[in-house]
Design a protein around this ligand. Structure first.
Ligand code: DX5
Ligand code: ZN
Length: 223
């Protein structure tokens, strides 16, 4: 299973987001994670399609766009035209989630489904055949810099087991409070892709942190 590290632009210096995007690529990030918050699905506001377009122009690594939105289905075209390579919507969104996932694929991007910490794994079993990625939130979405929630670990294992039973090699991502230690815990439960904001961007040596996280996760991974 490939191990992926995705720096989260939310933790970059908002005074120079293009430089923040390039820092992710130059540090060995496999993709850049961009958090979109609508002030409704989550209490915070963050960025929109113009920031995704800026990131697309700044880097050549894929863009992983996480839609923390009540109505993601109304913005799929905007984000894909802006350059998103994968679009992660929430199972808790107020839309026809299977249809939105199908539309993401039709538009040429990788569809992903996301679960909040309290949402059981079973809630997404019905859409697993429509997605390439499953994202388990390991904090309550809305803000960077929160503490990792270890109670999510059994859900990661349940999702990996379900994917394996269906013969699917899904990327299972975790997002929130991820550093080398928590990434290793998640990898031991079957996660192979790691979104990290604070632990990478607040380091003076981001490349070393990316390499460390990747090595610890690879050593701990159990599929
Ligand atoms: C939280 C976002 C995360 C966030 C992670 O709502 O979805 O992607 O950037 O930040 P850290 O790594 O600081 O917890
Ligand atoms: Zn995110």
């Amino acid at each position: 299973m490939r191990i992926l590290v995705l720096p989260s632009l939310l933790a970059a210096d908002f005074g120079n987001l293009a430089e923040g995007a390039r820092r992710a690529e130059d540090s060995g990030g496999d993709a850049l994670h961009v958090d979109i918050m609508d002030g409704h699905f989550v209490p915070n506001l963050s960025m929109g399609p113009d920031v995704v377009a800026m990131a697309r122009a700044a880097v050549s690594i894929p863009l992983s766009v996480h839609l923390m939105m009540t109505n993601p289905h109304e913005y799929l075209t905007s984000f894909i035209e802006a350059g998103a390579n994968s679009l992660l919507i929430h199972i808790e969104a107020e839309c026809d989630v299977p249809a939105a996932l199908g539309r993401i694929r039709e538009l040429g991007a990788r569809p992903g489904i996301t679960l909040n910490p309290e949402t059981p794994a079973e809630m997404v079993f019905g859409v697993l055949e429509r997605v390439d990625e499953v994202l388990c939130m390991t904090v309550h979405p809305g803000y960077g810099g929160q503490a990792f929630m270890p109670e999510v670990l059994p859900k990661i294992r349940a999702l990996r087991a379900r994917a394996a039973a269906k013969g699917r090699h899904l990327d299972i991502l975790v997002d929130g409070g991820i550093d080398a230690d928590t990434a290793a815990q998640c990898a031991a439960h079957g996660a192979n892709a790691f979104v990290a904001g604070t632990s990478l961007y607040r380091s003076s040596d981001m490349a070393a942190r990316v390499a460390e996280l990747r090595a610890r996760a690879a050593a701990a991974f159990r599929g």
